[in-house]
Design a protein around this ligand. Sequence first.
Ligand SMILES: [Cu+2]
Length: 168
Amino acid sequence: MSGPSTLLRAFAVISLFVFAIPTNADPAKHTHDMSDDAVMIMAPWVRAAPPTARVMAGYVTLHNQSDQLQRLTRVSSPMFERVEIHESYLEGGVSKMRALSTIDIPAGEMVTFEPNGLHLMLIGPTVGAKSASHIEMTFTFETGHTKTLDVGVLNRGDAMPTMQHPNH
Ligand SMILES: [Cu+2]
């Protein structure tokens, strides 16, 4: 990966994040319905995979900005057969992973997906998915609210998306 390309990708991820920030410019939209802005999706990225890979892994931080528990119930991508929520764990010194059906995000807290922990397993890539610079992903919450993002694909050595939080 050359320097400029890395920078471009980092910029793309940061831009995505910036555009994903709910705007509260219109006070009328900010009265009752916290569900729309309840969970901020931060610093998403997908690890680049070799052409033979049958799966790819994605990571994200979910920040519950509401005062109620929020639950991620589904993640999907048009570029993959399916996306599963996985958790890595060690058993007898062997790294294993299991699928979780949902992820709870306690009120006001963050849940971070990261290598060797929670991850999104992107299974069954369509043609082109593995050479794409961005992977479209839709996150669905128990409230029924969905958020769709174009998630940047990072190669080893690329800068990880930073956890900027302009509200703080
Ligand atoms: Cu997995």
